[in-house]
Design a protein around this ligand. Sequence first.
Ligand code: NAD
Ligand code: ZN
Length: 251
Amino acid sequence: MIEPIEHAADILSKAQSVVALTGAGISVESGIPPFRGKGGLWEKIDPMKVAHIDAFLENPETVWKVLIKEMKHVLDKARPNPGHTGLADLERLGILKTVITQNVDGLHQMAGNSDVIEFHGNFAWQRCLDCNRSIETSRVDLGQMPPRCGCGGILRPDCIFFGEMIPHQALIRSQQVSADCDVMLVIGTSAVVQPAATMPFIAKDNGAVIIEINPEATPLTPHISTLPLLGAAGSIMPRLMKAIRRRLASA
Ligand code: NAD
Ligand code: ZN
């Protein structure tokens, strides 16, 4: 039997239009904890108490102290890992077209991917609740809680909380590229957060092959994934890229 990574490399090296769907798992090896699963943030805090828009609007000071300040601290230091750089290399080879990410950490862009759909927004910016002006997260003064805009309004991250709508353009484009791809690489997502989790279904319904990289099985693994590759993105991606380069060199 052909080894799964070699099989995936075969499929990817012949593909016309590849899309990746990524989740928090791809950034774990960059030091960012995921929400669910082992070591996930939700083992420590209740998402509905801190990550819901109603919780933020009712008590922005607590949400800033418990969640946003901590996220800023972790994201400030995070750098792309071999999972991210593998996807950037796949784009440079002309194989990968678009990354749909649920992450808000900006690491795909930092790694060099040029077409990244940010399904849940980006943490790099904060927005004023009153005047809507944006300010870079790195320039926010954490000396006052909650941090405020020059106009006195409270700042909020430019990514979505639970209970908020997905940015319309991101949703429409994600559905389009998912329907049009011939291979979807699903990396590091528990595939339970909707509507991001519907993208592999859309791709599969339109005839795409689904290659899933995750150290644990997900709801996609038994029926939707054509080829599950069990393992961490940071170790699978370099092996996959090596196998693809070998094929391209001998073609
Ligand atoms: P999730 O937290 O629900 O699940 C993480 C998944 O990654 C799990 O299936 C886990 O088995 C897998 N995983 C763990 N380590 C991995 C590794 N080294 N390589 C590959 N996979 C690995 O993540 P989700 O599905 O993205 O949903 C959580 C939501 O939380 C997202 O919508 C996202 O917006 C947000 N979030 C973002 C970040 C970030 O920006 N880095 C971090 C935490 C949460
Ligand atoms: Zn303002």
